[in-house]
Design a protein around this ligand. Structure first.
Ligand SMILES: C[S@@+](CC[C@H](N)C(=O)[O-])C[C@H]1O[C@@H](n2cnc3c(N)ncnc32)[C@H](O)[C@@H]1O
Length: 176
């Protein structure tokens, strides 16, 4: 599904550029898709075990694995050409944590950089799959406004049967 469905959509979403941040790589399936297409990839994962095993597996490649909370991982401002978050947002414990993540992405993206993401819709079938786990689904109809509050504009959202996908941009600097 990642290769045949998500990847073509990512490639159509825009140029990810040369220095990409992946938020929440988990076991690294999406990391494997991304790392073959970008020069440098930084994957920030909050779970210590997942981060450690991904770091070991991808040692010596173009991927840096950082163990930390992407809402406050301490990356430099205006660094990344793109950020991605696939199936991560609903794992953040509250809407305010999600907004904090958007603000952080707005800070670490370069002007003109893009945020590309996908997340679950609020469906009973998906909710029941998260029994005993965090599930804070986002409403796609308010996502553009929430991203705009973080300084990310031009949001385009595709709503599918089970998930929605979105791309949003940090405004480029005006030409001098
Ligand atoms: C469902 S997995 C998605 C993995 C991968 N992106 C994919 O699509 O296959 C979500 C991952 O996000 C991580 N995560 C959740 N909150 C995070 C945060 N605040 N910062 C970094 N990673 C986070 C989780 O530990 C988990 O590994």
């Amino acid at each position: 599904m990642l290769e045949t469905d998500l990847l073509p959509w990512i490639e159509a979403a825009g140029d990810l550029g040369d220095d990409v941040l992946e938020i929440g790589p988990g076991p690294g399936l999406t990391t494997d898709l991304l790392r073959r297409r970008v020069r440098r990839l930084t994957a920030v994962e909050i779970d210590e075990q997942l981060a450690a095993s991904l770091r070991a597996r991808l040692s010596g490649t173009n991927v840096d694995v950082v163990c930390g909370d992407a809402t406050s991982a301490g990356f430099g401002a205006n660094r990344f050409s793109a950020a991605t978050c696939f199936s991560v947002l609903h794992h953040l414990p509250s809407p305010s944590h999600q907004d904090r993540l958007f603000a952080e992405v707005g800070r670490v993206l370069r002007p003109g950089g893009i945020l590309v993401g996908a997340d679950s819709r609020d469906l009973d079938s998906i909710r029941s799959g998260h029994d005993g786990d965090v599930f804070v689904p986002l409403d796609p109809s308010t996502l553009g406004t929430r991203l705009a509050a973080a300084g990310l504009v031009g949001t385009v959202i595709d709503v599918g049967d089970y998930q929605f996908r979105f791309v949003s941009r940090k405004p480029a600097l005006p030409l001098e």
